[in-house]
Design a protein around this ligand. Structure first.
Ligand SMILES: Cc1ncc(COP(=O)(O)O)c(C=O)c1O
Ligand SMILES: Nc1c(O)cccc1C(=O)C[C@H](N)C(=O)O
Length: 420
């Protein structure tokens, strides 16, 4: 780097630091544990640890489990500490982040399992002559696999129709029973027009199942505002609930009488301890809670969600766009010098909170980046993916990440022995 380069780089950094000084969310970083010397750009895969979580887990383990033992299922209900209603309390915290009412949200199981529950409910509601499940050809594999598995159970009655995202709208036709779409593509970061697609689907009598894995906690989501029918999302990404955190599902209030919970477990019963022989669903989305709530992981997610209590999601979105714009701008010279291609749309409405590039040696580049403390993701076949979490990233972090990427591209990956 020449003296002039350094001058330019320094002034860029100081401009970014000025932005950070004005950042209304800057104080949130202190609420997370982030290791020194690491730029963590993987909160879209596993969110960082909120500092309140370990103490909460210790309390649940030592006092509620160790001390109260089985009484904790119902003890301290007045202080909202009974385990039995923990899934509903967590649902009530997620609801405002996704534009839902608390009774429209259930928390528990994995995203995959919740996709199965909602596909089953929606297919059962759809007119029987509609035989197509429309999905994005590049949807996350588990979404495709769950649809394939359910269809096999239903005797291959349906056609799973995967189409490129640009052709989704044209494929909203009268034979389609439902759409199964992920709002933000896990590889490219491309964000679908959820409002537009939902409205058009409804005009054609099609139900919508949205996967919000890369949306919830990343920007404001307004499920009721767009009239969505069903949705699922992950607890461990932008909601920071920890590895394997329970997932959430959403069933619009207007569908709750007609949608059926086919995985009808006793914890979704209106009165589990009545021990009745037949399933009577609990009111609202609670009927989709299947078995015994996973108290430890629900408690971690419950504590993690408190981070959002004082966060205006519109401010969070503005910061996310500023971080991703900054990253794209700083990376621009590198795309001219190296075989890097931006695959995330520059248009704000068309992206989530991640930025991705294609690179022919993406796997090796990401390996080197991780070794140097810049933690992003490699995704097949050639994607470098960087997730930005406005709660704990600064613009200076973005600058540091780009300097690190530049160093790796300059020094490391193109050595002959490492070519694949
Ligand atoms: C779009 C999408 N859906 C679902 C999942 C995960 O599902 P599960 O929580 O069942 O592993 C992921 C990531 O793991 C994802 O990116
Ligand atoms: N869910 C994951 C896991 O259990 C282990 C490792 C990574 C993940 C992921 O989050 C993958 C992810 N959904 C993705 O966006 O690629």
């Amino acid at each position: 780097m020449t003296v002039f380069d350094r001058l330019f780089a320094d002034s860029t950094l100081s401009q970014l630091q000025e932005k950070d000084a004005r950042d209304p969310l800057a104080h949130k970083r202190a609420e997370f544990k982030l290791p020194e010397g690491v730029v963590y750009l993987d909160g879209n895969s596993l969110g960082a640890l909120p500092l309140t979580v370990p103490a909460r887990l210790a309390r649940v383990a030592e006092e509620e489990w160790g001390g109260q033992l089985i009484r904790s299922w119902t003890a301290n209900a007045e202080a909202a500490q009974d385990w039995m209603n923990l899934p509903d309390r967590v649902a009530a915290k997620i609801a405002p982040l996704i534009g839902a009412q608390p009774h429209e949200v259930a928390v528990g199981d994995s995203t995959s399992v919740n996709i199965f529950k909602l596909l089953a409910a929606a297919l059962h509601m759809a007119p029987p002559e509609r035989r197509v499940i429309l999905t994005d050809a590049d949807n996350f594999p588990t979404d495709l696999y769950m649809a394939q598995g359910l269809n096999a159970l239903l005797g291959e009655k349906y056609e799973l129709r995967p189409v490129p995202s640009a052709e989704l709208e044209a494929n909203l036709t009268g034979d389609v029973a439902l759409t199964l779409l992920t709002e933000v593509d896990y590889r490219t970061g491309h964000r679908l027009d959820m409002a537009g697609l939902t409205a058009k689907a409804h005009r054609h009598g099609i139900l919508t199942v949205w996967d919000l894995a890369h949306s919830a906690g990343a920007f404001p989501v307004d499920l009721n505002g767009v009239g969505a029918d069903f949705a699922v999302g992950c607890g461990y990404k932008f909601l920071n609930g920890g590895p394997g955190a329970p997932s959430f599902l959403f069933v619009a209030g207007r569908h709750q009488d007609s949608a059926r919970a086919f995985l009808s477990g006793w914890m979704g019963h209106a009165d589990p301890f009545e021990m009745a022989r037949d399933f009577t669903p609990a009111p609202g989305a609670r009927r989709y809670v299947v078995g015994t709530p996973t108290v430890l992981s629900l408690s971690a997610l419950d504590a993690a969600l408190d981070v959002f209590a004082d966060v205006d999601m519109n401010v969070l979105r503005a910061k996310s766009l500023s971080l991703t714009d900054t990253f794209i701008d700083l990376m621009e010279p590198l795309t001219a010098q190296y075989p890097l291609t931006l695959v995330t749309p520059r248009n704000h409405d068309e992206r989530g909170s991640q930025v991705s590039y294609r690179h022919p040696q993406a796997r090796e580049v990401m390996q080197k980046l991780i070794e140097s403390g810049i933690l992003g993701d490699y995704r097949t076949p050639d994607i470098l993916r960087f997730g930005f979490t406005p709660l704990y990233h600064s613009h200076a972090d973005v600058w540091r990440a780009v300097q690190g990427i530049k160093r790796v591209l300059e020094n490391e990956v193109l050595e002959e022995g490492e070519r694949t």
